[in-house]
Design a protein around this ligand. Structure first.
Ligand SMILES: [Ca+2]
Ligand SMILES: [Ca+2]
Ligand SMILES: [Ca+2]
Ligand SMILES: [Ca+2]
Length: 334
């Protein structure tokens, strides 16, 4: 008896999950009439179910006596609990969702039916060395430079005890995205001096050979990048003075304190052209690119260390790194 009730309940469940797609099939059948075939799980009486191929225009009467379509969305995977087929389509009303699909980030769906929505859609940051205290960008690095990623991949432990040392924590996850889609960056200080924060450095390009690092050096954490007008510019491509290429119109320039300006005023990120995307140049032209530029091959970087003595003997740890872009909060992960 218990089994019968269970069977009945599962059957009702399957029926209701098939409802929308079956309605579509019905509309299809009415439109196309004869000729089209549909496979159904046919109620043959006494609890027996057969798979039967029927004419589409007979679908309505079959559904009326309890038959149901076993692959209603036609993606080649039958619904969980279906009478035949793979029986593992976690959404038989959506052909883009099945166990053979690739997970699509940001659509709010479990595309590949593994029980997780939008998994592996967050950035994996990695640590890298930029420069030792002699100002050179090649190994051997100073033995006392420290940059160790947190176990969960959400931040790092750092120490740059000598002037000139510089290390980075970067990701290529955002490469190709518009710079003006980045809305905020958040992290928490786990240990160390709260008065000094890692630089936020973002490589950008117009796709036409111009490159720059757009940088925030002060307390950018948790601020709104579409209103915050404190962005410096470094490591330019073809020119150190003409920054018109970053904007749709107007005069782009760099003021005396290294801030990026448009028509004489310091800019926020929303003022940059949609053409400007995040992207590391990969190889670095010797002209106009300093030894302090991030060199990990990553467009989006947190940088620790400097040429200046103000970073000497400073060490600490950050964690809980998140980046909000186009309304989605991304958590740094391994
Ligand atoms: Ca299906
Ligand atoms: Ca499906
Ligand atoms: Ca999934
Ligand atoms: Ca998805």
């Amino acid at each position: 008896m218990k089994n019968l009730i269970y069977l009945g309940l599962s059957f009702l469940l399957i029926l209701s999950s098939c409802k929308k797609a079956e309605t579509d099939l019905l509309i299809d059948a009415i439109k196309n009439g004869h000729g089209k075939k549909v496979k159904v799980c046919h109620q043959a009486g006494k609890g027996k179910i057969n798979i039967t191929e029927i004419n589409a225009n007979a679908l309505a009467s079959h559904l009326a006596h309890g038959d149901f379509v076993l692959d209603a969305d036609g993606d080649g995977y039958s619904a969980i609990g279906a009478c035949s087929g793979t029986k593992d389509d976690c959404n038989d009303n959506d052909a883009s969702i099945n166990p053979g699909a690739t997970e699509i980030c940001g659509d709010g769906k479990d595309n590949n039916c593994n029980g997780l929505i939008d998994e592996n859609c967050d950035p994996d940051f990695v640590i890298f060395n930029i420069r030792n205290n002699a100002g050179t960008i090649v190994a051997p690095w100073d033995a006392d430079v420290l940059l160790t990623e947190n176990g969960t991949g959400d931040g790092f432990l750092y120490s740059t005890p000598r002037a000139g040392q510089k290390v980075g924590y970067g990701t290529d996850f955002f490469d190709g995205q518009k710079l003006n889609s980045i809305q905020s960056v958040n992290w928490t200080l786990i240990a160390g001096n709260s008065g000094i924060v890692p630089y936020l450095n973002i490589w950008v390009t117009d796709g036409l050979g111009n490159y720059a690092v757009i940088s925030s050096e002060n307390n950018y954490v948790g601020t709104n990048f579409s209103t915050r007008a404190e962005w410096k510019i470094f490591e330019y491509g073809s020119s150190k003075t003409n920054f018109d290429w970053l904007f749709d119109s107007g005069t782009g320039a760099r003021d005396g304190a290294q801030y990026l300006t448009l028509n004489g005023s310091r800019v926020n990120l929303s003022q940059l052209s949609d053409r400007i995307v995040i992207g590391d140049p990969g190889s670095y032209p010797s002209t106009n690119v300093g030894t302090g530029a991030p060199r990990g091959g990553y467009g989006f970087n947190l940088i620790w260390g400097d040429t200046q003595a103000n970073f000497v003997l400073k060490s600490g740890q950050i964690g809980g790194l998140t980046i909000t872009a186009s309304g989605v909060v991304h958590t740094a992960q391994n």
